[in-house]
Design a protein around this ligand. Sequence first.
Ligand SMILES: C[S@@+](CC[C@H](N)C(=O)[O-])C[C@H]1O[C@@H](n2cnc3c(N)ncnc32)[C@H](O)[C@@H]1O
Length: 319
Amino acid sequence: MRHNVEDDKIVHKPVMWKEVLKFAGKVQEAGDNIFADCTLGEGGHSKLLLETYKDLRIIAFERDPEILEIAKRRLEEYSGRIEFINDNFADIEGYLGTKKQKLSGFLYDFGISSYHFEKSGRGFSFTGNEPLDMRLDKRKDLNAYYIANKYPENKIREIFWEYGEERWAKRIAKIICERRKLKSIETSDELADIVKSAIPAKFRVRNIHPATRVFQAIRIEVNDELNSIRKSLNDAHKYLATGGMIIAISFHSLEDRIVKDQFRRLAKGCVCGLPPQQCMCDGKPLVEILTKKPFTPSEEELEENRRSRSAKLRACRKV
Ligand SMILES: C[S@@+](CC[C@H](N)C(=O)[O-])C[C@H]1O[C@@H](n2cnc3c(N)ncnc32)[C@H](O)[C@@H]1O
């Protein structure tokens, strides 16, 4: 079947790209001038990096095969300088462990792409009449339908509370379980309406859909997002050259907390594995933290890309 080029219309604007390019410019001398773009998406950041730094090569990870194909076509002219890997960035060890080169940088731009909300048809958006799926990797079994229709009430409550930081978790979980007894919950807008009905009108926040936190929680559970971030950030520094950087962009507090804690741990040379509050390690620092406070998007970026509004960028450099 012929590919329709219209399908490739890029919808995602790379977030904090000026800051990413600036940091990347500082690691040109470190290692073998190879960057790992761990969250390729439609390839926005990678394209800018390849355009700007002519000698740079990229190893790109992307879990979703569908969006990866779009990025491959978009980056065709750079095919000699970019290697594509359709896998979870949690498994960087499996790919980078076999390579001799030392990397100059790692880039993480967590979460999902505008493509997923607007074009994937997998139920990420609460306004669409789409089947409840939310898997980035369709080879995995767990999907959003299963969570909404089969998970026990206490488990639903737990993920809404933990991954959505949703204060109405208990009430929403109860109402979901009542409704699904009458009829299975099939689509994203059905679920969004149920969630909306569970939150009293006076507690809804203007301009934010009441189902935002619940959808975030289900997506995190379906794709085991937080464990992937923990694992990858724990391993990345092993493949980084001295002077090389890890740059991480988060979109909610759960992601940002993991990045902050992991960078602190590396900066302390922690080997105990205890939570940061209990860690007493005083080892040899592995990295230097470059962002005491996270960077946030400029006014200019906020004006032209609303999706960037919750972004936080942190970076550290291997010492
Ligand atoms: C915010 S988008 C990246 C956008 C990209 N930087 C750009 O400028 O076009 C995040 C991408 O990472 C992918 N992703 C999320 N978790 C992943 C994981 N654990 N491993 C690999 N890719 C992942 C998602 O499928 C999505 O395409």
